[in-house]
Write a protein that binds this ligand. Structure first.
Ligand code: ACO
Length: 400
């Protein structure tokens, strides 16, 4: 690979690279992907092993600090996060100012942005202790904010976090518990959600992580940078795809259209018709996360006793697409989003919460990248070049 930063200085040459397909914007030691071989590793550990053996917070520590935590480190990390779950009462009231039918991703990014106003004591980008405090606050509060966004959309009262519960169980209770009766966490649901969150924890320089880095490169604080990342994730070509997949599957079911016919419309590139949950900028063979999620989909639906015809449609779509020359030629395979929605739906989450769940999963990755960027002496403010294609110099008309 070519180091353009010095080449540009020496020669004045710059490249035009829409979508940064060929340009590395940074070096990073966090996540390794080999898109052709379908390999994903967090800090060197294969995703299949990580998903099997870890907890969400253990992986968060690994991504942020580079090594697995000792039992004492993990216990302290977990304990600190539990102690920071409460939202300031004014921040709880902040939700009432927003429309009840607002998309929860907009609510999430707004509330995370507002953390900068409530926690002004941890905004430093230079003091490691304050950065650690912001890290803990974000990890502790994002699930609570997410659950309140959900509760608000239902018109239900917010519960206070129960800090005797684990990270995932607390989140489930905040979403599905009510004031009226005690909430029993279903261990099948808890385990499945933890696994899905782990699979989303990092994915190197995707659009939202690159956004966090770009915003962070201006020395914007962690809350501001992560809020920008949430907005980048919202789009249907990125995290919003899990919601779009379910809408697509439901659309096929409701219209009575055959899967074959739908695939034909995708291939004919009818406006707005894409096979959502298929294709990936990096994976041109298979997405290893998609394999793990597909396996979970069968297990979770069986364990919860749910039969969802949308899962049958998804499987048929996958089968038809994988055998079709259009998808073979373009190396299009199911990505992580293809089966997640079916599982989230079986868990009881409304479609609009799916991307919010992705955001909770991705948070440790965003934090790890922000912190890596912030401590890398080579970091510069992000400032892409452009190729100007506008008018040559011309005179402002005098008779206007
Ligand atoms: N359905 C139909 N055709 C597709 C799809 C798809 N899902 N994805 C790509 N293609 C086609 C394109 O039309 C293009 O065809 P052409 O060569 O005839 O013009 C070719 O495959 C190459 O696609 P690009 O858009 O150049 O691929 P790129 O790497 O830029 O895009 C992306 C990757 C955005 C993920 C794309 O595959 C897509 O839109 N997929 C659907 C949305 C989705 O699932 N996003 C989630 C991504 S994973 C994540 O963020 C967690």
């Amino acid at each position: 690979s070519i180091d353009f930063s010095s080449l540009t200085k020496q020669t004045g040459l710059t490249g035009l690279d829409y979508g940064f397909v060929n340009t590395s914007a940074t070096r990073s030691a966090i996540t390794y992907i080999d898109g052709d071989a379908g390999i994903l590793r967090y800090r060197g550990y294969p995703i299949e092993q990580v998903a099997e053996n870890s907890t969400f917070l253990e992986v968060a520590w690994l991504l942020i600090h580079g090594e697995l935590p000792t039992p004492a480190e993990l216990a302290e990390f977990d304990e600190r996060i539990r102690r920071h779950t409460l939202l300031h009462e004014d921040l709880r009231r902040f939700f009432s100012a927003l429309p009840h039918d607002a998309h929860p991703m907009s609510v999430l990014s707004s509330a995370v942005s507002a953390l900068s106003t409530f926690y002004q004591d941890s905004l430093s980008v230079h003091d490691p202790e304050q950065i650690e405090l912001s890290t803990i606050r974000l990890l502790a509060k994002l699930p609570v904010i997410a659950a309140y966004a959900h509760k608000k959309s239902l018109g239900q009262a917010f519960l206070y976090p129960d800090n005797s519960l684990s990270f995932v169980d607390n989140f489930l209770r905040l979403n599905f518990g009510t004031m009226a009766e005690p909430y029993e966490v279903n261990p099948v649901l808890s385990k499945a959600l933890e696994r899905l969150l782990i699979l989303h924890e990092d994915h190197e320089q995707n659009a939202s992580t690159s956004t966090v880095r770009l915003v962070g490169s201006t020395q914007a604080n962690l809350f501001a940078s992560v809020s920008a990342g949430i907005n980048a994730l919202y789009g249907p070509l990125h995290g919003g795809a899990n919601e779009a997949v379910l809408d697509m599957l439901a659309g096929i079911r409701d219209s009575g259209e055959s899967v074959q016919k739908f695939v034909e419309r995708v291939k004919n590139k009818e406006e707005g018709v894409k096979l959502m949950g298929f294709g990936h900028r990096v994976y041109k063979n298979f997405d290893p996360r998609a394999r793990l999620v597909k396996q979970s989909a069968d297990e979770v639906l069986a364990a919860l006793g749910v039969h969802d015809p949308l899962l049958d449609i998804a499987k048929e779509l996958e089968e038809v697409a994988l055998a079709d020359q259009y998808f073979i030629d373009r190396k299009l395979y199911p990505n992580v989003d293809f089966y997640t929605g079916v599982i989230y739906k079986a868990m009881g989450f409304p479609t609009r919460m799916f991307t919010v769940l992705f955001a909770i999963g991705r948070l440790p990755g965003w934090i790890a990248h922000w912190r890596e960027m912030n401590t890398d002496p080579a970091t510069k403010i992000g400032r892409p070049q452009q190729l100007y294609i506008g008018s040559d110099e011309r005179s402002w008309p005098t008779s206007r």
